[in-house]
Design a binder for this molecule. Sequence first.
Ligand SMILES: CC(C)(COP(=O)(O)OP(=O)(O)OC[C@H]1O[C@@H](n2cnc3c(N)ncnc32)[C@H](O)[C@@H]1OP(=O)(O)O)[C@@H](O)C(=O)NCCC(=O)NCCS
Length: 167
Amino acid sequence: MRVRPVTEADFEELARGLKIVVDEKRWVAIQPPVSETELVERMRERLAEGRLLFALEDPDAEDGPALIGHIDLHRTRIDGVWALGMWILPGARGKGGGRMLLEAAIDARPMDVHKIELEVWPHNEAAIALYERLGFEREGLRRDHYRRRDGRLHSSMIMARLFPEAF
Ligand SMILES: CC(C)(COP(=O)(O)OP(=O)(O)OC[C@H]1O[C@@H](n2cnc3c(N)ncnc32)[C@H](O)[C@@H]1OP(=O)(O)O)[C@@H](O)C(=O)NCCC(=O)NCCS
Protein backbone atom coordinates (compact mmCIF):
# COMPACT_ATOMS: atom_id res chain seq x y z
CA MET A 1 0.00 0.00 0.00
CA ARG A 2 1.14 3.52 -0.66
CA VAL A 3 -0.23 7.01 -0.10
CA ARG A 4 -0.13 9.63 -2.83
CA PRO A 5 -1.78 12.98 -3.61
CA VAL A 6 -5.12 12.79 -5.43
CA THR A 7 -5.25 13.99 -9.02
CA GLU A 8 -8.24 14.65 -11.24
CA ALA A 9 -7.71 11.25 -12.87
CA ASP A 10 -8.61 9.59 -9.52
CA PHE A 11 -11.99 11.27 -9.00
CA GLU A 12 -14.19 8.58 -10.56
CA GLU A 13 -12.52 5.68 -8.80
CA LEU A 14 -12.58 7.50 -5.46
CA ALA A 15 -16.24 8.43 -5.98
CA ARG A 16 -17.07 4.76 -6.56
CA GLY A 17 -15.23 3.86 -3.37
CA LEU A 18 -16.86 6.56 -1.27
CA LYS A 19 -20.29 5.53 -2.55
CA ILE A 20 -19.68 2.02 -1.21
CA VAL A 21 -18.83 3.48 2.22
CA VAL A 22 -21.85 5.84 2.13
CA ASP A 23 -24.11 2.91 1.26
CA GLU A 24 -22.93 1.09 4.39
CA LYS A 25 -24.97 3.79 6.24
CA ARG A 26 -22.91 3.36 9.36
CA TRP A 27 -19.69 5.31 9.36
CA VAL A 28 -19.69 8.59 7.42
CA ALA A 29 -21.83 11.73 7.57
CA ILE A 30 -22.89 11.67 3.91
CA GLN A 31 -26.20 9.85 3.49
CA PRO A 32 -27.55 7.81 0.58
CA PRO A 33 -28.84 8.29 -2.01
CA VAL A 34 -25.81 10.01 -3.48
CA SER A 35 -24.59 9.60 -7.05
CA GLU A 36 -21.02 9.08 -8.17
CA THR A 37 -21.43 12.18 -10.36
CA GLU A 38 -22.19 14.31 -7.29
CA LEU A 39 -19.22 12.86 -5.47
CA VAL A 40 -16.91 13.55 -8.41
CA GLU A 41 -18.12 17.15 -8.55
CA ARG A 42 -17.59 17.55 -4.81
CA MET A 43 -14.02 16.29 -5.11
CA ARG A 44 -13.31 18.61 -8.04
CA GLU A 45 -14.43 21.59 -5.93
CA ARG A 46 -12.40 20.41 -2.96
CA LEU A 47 -9.17 20.00 -4.92
CA ALA A 48 -9.69 23.44 -6.51
CA GLU A 49 -10.22 24.92 -3.02
CA GLY A 50 -6.71 23.83 -2.03
CA ARG A 51 -7.69 20.98 0.26
CA LEU A 52 -4.99 18.39 0.90
CA LEU A 53 -6.38 15.19 -0.65
CA PHE A 54 -4.57 11.85 -0.52
CA ALA A 55 -5.43 8.42 -1.88
CA LEU A 56 -4.37 5.05 -0.56
CA GLU A 57 -3.34 2.78 -3.41
CA ASP A 58 -3.02 -0.99 -3.43
CA PRO A 59 -0.52 -1.66 -6.23
CA ASP A 60 -1.02 -5.43 -6.03
CA ALA A 61 -4.81 -5.58 -6.43
CA GLU A 62 -6.10 -8.40 -8.67
CA ASP A 63 -7.13 -6.18 -11.60
CA GLY A 64 -4.22 -3.75 -11.35
CA PRO A 65 -3.52 -0.87 -8.95
CA ALA A 66 -6.65 0.14 -7.03
CA LEU A 67 -7.57 3.08 -4.82
CA ILE A 68 -8.78 1.72 -1.50
CA GLY A 69 -8.90 4.78 0.73
CA HIS A 70 -8.99 8.55 0.89
CA ILE A 71 -8.33 11.40 3.31
CA ASP A 72 -9.29 15.06 3.00
CA LEU A 73 -7.57 17.64 5.23
CA HIS A 74 -8.91 21.17 4.94
CA ARG A 75 -8.95 24.54 6.63
CA THR A 76 -11.90 25.57 8.82
CA ARG A 77 -13.17 29.08 9.46
CA ILE A 78 -10.85 29.29 12.47
CA ASP A 79 -7.27 30.35 11.70
CA GLY A 80 -4.82 27.51 12.31
CA VAL A 81 -7.53 24.88 12.82
CA TRP A 82 -7.92 22.28 10.06
CA ALA A 83 -10.38 19.38 9.85
CA LEU A 84 -10.35 15.96 8.25
CA GLY A 85 -12.52 13.20 6.87
CA MET A 86 -11.38 9.77 5.71
CA TRP A 87 -12.45 6.30 4.61
CA ILE A 88 -11.04 2.91 3.68
CA LEU A 89 -12.97 0.37 1.58
CA PRO A 90 -14.64 -2.34 3.70
CA GLY A 91 -12.37 -5.19 2.53
CA ALA A 92 -9.20 -3.17 3.14
CA ARG A 93 -9.80 -2.13 6.75
CA GLY A 94 -7.70 -3.16 9.71
CA LYS A 95 -4.51 -3.55 7.65
CA GLY A 96 -2.73 -0.34 8.56
CA GLY A 97 -3.99 1.77 5.65
CA GLY A 98 -5.95 4.21 7.82
CA ARG A 99 -2.86 4.89 9.88
CA MET A 100 -0.79 5.46 6.70
CA LEU A 101 -3.31 7.94 5.30
CA LEU A 102 -3.69 9.84 8.55
CA GLU A 103 0.07 10.05 9.10
CA ALA A 104 0.53 11.38 5.55
CA ALA A 105 -2.13 14.06 6.04
CA ILE A 106 -0.69 15.13 9.41
CA ASP A 107 2.80 15.37 7.88
CA ALA A 108 1.45 17.50 5.01
CA ARG A 109 -0.25 20.08 7.26
CA PRO A 110 0.91 23.67 6.87
CA MET A 111 3.33 24.66 9.64
CA ASP A 112 0.94 27.23 11.17
CA VAL A 113 -1.72 24.59 11.95
CA HIS A 114 -2.04 24.35 15.73
CA LYS A 115 -4.97 21.95 15.75
CA ILE A 116 -6.56 19.27 13.55
CA GLU A 117 -10.12 18.39 14.48
CA LEU A 118 -12.72 15.89 13.33
CA GLU A 119 -16.14 14.53 14.19
CA VAL A 120 -16.87 10.84 14.55
CA TRP A 121 -19.98 8.83 15.40
CA PRO A 122 -19.51 7.60 18.98
CA HIS A 123 -20.11 3.96 17.91
CA ASN A 124 -17.20 4.05 15.43
CA GLU A 125 -14.69 2.17 17.58
CA ALA A 126 -12.17 1.54 14.78
CA ALA A 127 -11.97 5.22 13.86
CA ILE A 128 -11.75 6.36 17.48
CA ALA A 129 -8.96 3.81 18.10
CA LEU A 130 -7.02 5.04 15.06
CA TYR A 131 -7.39 8.70 16.05
CA GLU A 132 -6.34 8.03 19.64
CA ARG A 133 -3.31 6.05 18.46
CA LEU A 134 -2.20 9.13 16.53
CA GLY A 135 -2.59 11.56 19.40
CA PHE A 136 -6.16 12.81 18.96
CA GLU A 137 -8.11 13.41 22.16
CA ARG A 138 -11.82 13.44 22.88
CA GLU A 139 -12.91 17.07 23.21
CA GLY A 140 -16.62 16.63 23.66
CA LEU A 141 -19.92 15.23 22.56
CA ARG A 142 -22.37 17.11 20.32
CA ARG A 143 -25.54 15.62 21.70
CA ASP A 144 -28.43 14.83 19.34
CA HIS A 145 -26.90 17.22 16.83
CA TYR A 146 -27.58 15.74 13.39
CA ARG A 147 -31.03 14.88 12.01
CA ARG A 148 -30.55 11.86 9.73
CA ARG A 149 -32.77 10.92 6.79
CA ASP A 150 -34.54 8.31 8.90
CA GLY A 151 -35.66 11.17 11.17
CA ARG A 152 -33.44 10.19 14.08
CA LEU A 153 -30.99 12.52 15.78
CA HIS A 154 -27.35 11.43 16.04
CA SER A 155 -24.72 12.60 18.46
CA SER A 156 -21.14 13.06 17.28
CA MET A 157 -17.89 13.14 19.16
CA ILE A 158 -15.38 15.91 18.54
CA MET A 159 -11.76 14.81 18.61
CA ALA A 160 -8.67 16.90 18.01
CA ARG A 161 -4.90 16.84 18.07
CA LEU A 162 -2.88 19.87 19.09
CA PHE A 163 0.47 20.77 17.53
CA PRO A 164 2.33 22.77 20.21
CA GLU A 165 5.12 23.59 17.75
CA ALA A 166 2.67 26.00 16.08
CA PHE A 167 1.57 27.69 19.33
C1 LIG B 1 -11.77 4.15 10.55
C2 LIG B 1 -10.86 3.65 9.45
C3 LIG B 1 -10.44 4.82 8.53
C4 LIG B 1 -9.60 3.04 10.07
O1 LIG B 1 -8.73 2.62 9.05
P1 LIG B 1 -8.10 1.15 9.07
O2 LIG B 1 -7.25 1.00 7.88
O3 LIG B 1 -9.20 0.17 9.27
O4 LIG B 1 -7.24 1.23 10.41
P2 LIG B 1 -5.76 0.69 10.62
O5 LIG B 1 -5.68 -0.73 10.18
O6 LIG B 1 -4.77 1.64 10.02
O7 LIG B 1 -5.65 0.74 12.20
C5 LIG B 1 -5.23 1.91 12.87
C6 LIG B 1 -5.16 1.66 14.36
O8 LIG B 1 -6.49 1.53 14.88
C7 LIG B 1 -6.67 0.26 15.51
N1 LIG B 1 -7.94 -0.30 15.06
C8 LIG B 1 -8.34 -0.47 13.79
N2 LIG B 1 -9.57 -1.05 13.76
C9 LIG B 1 -9.91 -1.25 15.05
C10 LIG B 1 -11.06 -1.79 15.68
N3 LIG B 1 -12.09 -2.26 14.95
N4 LIG B 1 -11.10 -1.82 17.03
C11 LIG B 1 -10.05 -1.35 17.76
N5 LIG B 1 -8.93 -0.82 17.21
C12 LIG B 1 -8.86 -0.77 15.88
C13 LIG B 1 -5.55 -0.61 15.02
O9 LIG B 1 -5.16 -1.52 16.03
C14 LIG B 1 -4.46 0.34 14.67
O10 LIG B 1 -3.59 0.63 15.74
P3 LIG B 1 -2.01 0.28 15.60
O11 LIG B 1 -1.57 0.90 14.30
O12 LIG B 1 -1.41 0.92 16.79
O13 LIG B 1 -1.96 -1.21 15.57
C15 LIG B 1 -11.56 2.54 8.59
O14 LIG B 1 -11.92 1.49 9.45
C16 LIG B 1 -12.77 3.05 7.83
O15 LIG B 1 -12.64 3.56 6.76
N6 LIG B 1 -13.99 2.89 8.39
C17 LIG B 1 -15.22 3.31 7.69
C18 LIG B 1 -15.24 4.79 7.38
C19 LIG B 1 -14.96 5.62 8.61
O16 LIG B 1 -15.33 5.23 9.69
N7 LIG B 1 -14.34 6.79 8.40
C20 LIG B 1 -14.04 7.68 9.51
C21 LIG B 1 -15.26 8.50 9.86
S1 LIG B 1 -14.96 9.59 11.22
